[in-house]
Design a protein around this ligand. Structure first.
Ligand code: B1M
Length: 211
């Protein structure tokens, strides 16, 4: 089995094939993270530019996204199989007005697989939703994801609300998503920015060690 076959299955939105190939690659002894990065993300990395160039339409992209998520579910069973003592709690969600969740879920899996307890709030999370979740779960890290330039500003609103509620010093805030940069993170006074899931996991570990 090859990663190229898995990438093509993601590209063509063939969910059952993605599941079948992900299972086969695992049973061949391939590393789950490699399957995620080379095959599943690799496939979505082809989908993105095609969508941008108008060579793929929303329903096709959704099928690819669904196929990729099913592959992630297969990898996740193995990734989280290893019992690691909890490194801390991370609450994560996509900001209000934004329904993109593939990258955010991927980050959640990577962070979880590095030993953190994850509370995944889902998509379209308002400032109040994040504040309530911080109060309820008392996480070490709050992670926010945004894929749209129009929704990035909600990250700043959430950080401002954390300050107003007197919660800012109790939680580290990390942000990410395609339009997010380190410069933006610095501007809104987030504690960190990560470009991908592996970096996010590393960042969470570093930030928690500072607590
Ligand atoms: Co949307 N979309 N989309 N879309 N979509 C983008 C983001 C876009 C760049 C495509 C384009 O035009 N080139 C564009 C945004 C333009 C902009 O704002 N500058 C766009 C648009 C415009 C839209 C709509 C407005 C389209 C429309 O309806 N006219 C609409 C908005 C809906 C809404 O949210 N309100 C829309 C809808 C959709 C679908 C529903 C069809 C689907 C989402 C399905 C889903 O998520 N369940 C979709 C998809 C799939 C995409 C693209 C093609 C792929 C996104 C993806 O999943 N990438 C995307 C184009 C692109 O990014 N190239 C696009 C794979 C994923 C693994 O990567 O999400 O970047 P990514 O996550 C990475 C990193 O960013 C990072 O780690 C992840 C793993 O490496 N990361 C974090 C993410 N979150 C993090 C959090 C962290 C740390 C790192 O810490 C907390």
């Amino acid at each position: 089995m090859s990663y190229e076959a898995l990438r093509q299955a993601v590209l063509s939105g063939d969910e059952s094939r993605v599941v079948e190939l992900s299972k086969s690659l695992l049973s061949e002894g391939k590393e789950p993270l490699e399957i995620v990065n080379e095959g599943l993300i690799g496939g979505m990395n082809i989908v993105g530019p095609k969508f941008k160039r108008g060579e793929m339409y929303v329903p096709e992209v959704l099928m690819s996204a669904k196929a990729m998520s099913s592959g992630l579910d297969i990898a996740k069973t193995v990734l989280t199989d290893v019992e690691i003592p909890s490194a801390g709690t991370v609450v994560i969600g996509t900001v209000e007005g934004d329904l993109h969740d593939i990258g955010k879920n991927l980050v959640a899996i990577m962070v979880e697989s590095s030993g953190f307890k994850i509370v995944n709030l889902g998509v379209d999370q308002s400032v109040d939703d994040f504040i309530d979740a911080v109060k309820e779960h008392k996480p070490d890290v709050l992670g926010m994801s945004a894929l749209l330039t129009t929704t990035m500003i909600k990250m700043q609103d959430t950080i401002n609300a954390l300050k107003e509620e007197g919660l800012r010093n109790r939680v580290k805030v990390i942000i990410g998503g395609a339009p997010i940069t380190q410069t933006f993170a610095d501007e809104i006074e987030a504690d960190g920015y990560a470009p991908d899931g592996a970096s996010a996991a590393e960042l969470c570990k570093n930030l928690v060690s500072l607590l």
